[in-house]
Design a protein around this ligand. Structure first.
Ligand SMILES: [Zn+2]
Length: 282
């Protein structure tokens, strides 16, 4: 009898633990959370196709995004510095030009999510300022284009901005290779990954149809400075500038067609105005 009671008690405890660890109830329509995944300081404007003094040098914001859909979750871009670089005191970490104030997983946890709750992982591209915490999400379904994956697990050309240690676990992750222009993540047209190659061979952007906010393109590194668009400039380190030019033109057509706003991920002025988690767009 005692054993039986103990079994019931431990089963109840287990249920309680499970209940406590369950992710929040899915919303009725998609939500977008923006996490502060750091800042990159002091990159020369020449890197982005400008002459010195043509545009002011600006800091780059590093966002990570969580999309919560009624049918699951998508984490989009995972930062520039790995959470493992933080010391126990939680003080900001600087690596090279990048400084991160808060690790990513505690920001997710503050909303009630663990990596096990992330259905899909998407990266705009493989540059190291977008991939630092990818290993933590190797249990999710990775949505990637073959062209980027081949570079990530091949021998990237010298000078490629890549940190393989940050995403090495993705090699054996469940993976969906995206081979169409558009990939409708949850099948209802509200969360769509769209091909926009050039910055890297498999660079992609994220289109969201948010009920209150409206249509939105999260543009990855299609641009860094808004002036790249208005002055028609390209980063010196594009994988293929002609491809980038075509992708920009295609996305312009898409923006007109969908009447979507576009957010440049690194643009500090854009990001200064945006709500950060725990606030969200819906
Ligand atoms: Zn970037």
């Amino acid at each position: 009898m005692w054993t039986r009671l103990a079994t019931i008690a431990s089963a109840a405890a287990l249920l309680l633990t499970t209940a406590a660890a369950a992710p929040p109830t899915p919303p009725a329509s998609p939500r977008l959370y923006i996490f502060d995944c750091g800042v990159i300081k002091g990159l020369g404007v020449e890197l982005f196709g400008f002459k010195a003094g043509e545009v002011p040098v600006r800091d780059f914001f590093v966002p990570c995004y969580l999309v919560v859909h009624p049918k699951g979750t998508l984490l989009w871009d995972v930062g520039v510095v790995a959470d493992s670089a933080f010391k126990a005191d939680g003080a900001p970490v600087t690596e090279g030009r990048s400084t991160v104030n808060k690790p990513l997983l505690p920001q997710l946890a503050a909303l009630g999510y663990t990596p096990a709750d992330i259905t899909y992982l998407g990266l705009s591209h493989y540059h190291s300022d977008h991939t630092a915490n990818a290993n933590a999400f190797a249990g999710s379904m990775w949505l990637v284009r073959k062209e980027d994956r081949d570079v990530m697990f091949g021998t990237p050309p010298a000078g490629t901005i890549i940190q393989q240690a940050g995403f090495s676990a993705l090699k054996t992750a469940k993976t969906t290779i995206l081979d169409k222009d558009e990939h409708d993540v949850f099948g209802d047209g509200t969360v769509v990954i769209k091909s926009a190659p050039g910055h890297t061979p498999g660079h992609q952007v994220l289109f969201l149809k948010l009920k209150k906010f409206g249509p939105l393109v999260v543009a990855g590194d299609l641009y860094h400075y808004p002036e790249e668009k208005t002055m028609n400039r390209f980063p010196s380190f594009e994988f293929n500038k002609e491809q980038s030019a075509k992708s920009r033109a295609d996305i312009d057509v898409f923006l007109k067609k969908t009447k979507a706003q576009m957010w440049i991920e690194h643009d500090a002025a854009t990001n200064a105005k945006l709500k950060k988690a725990p606030e969200f767009y819906e």
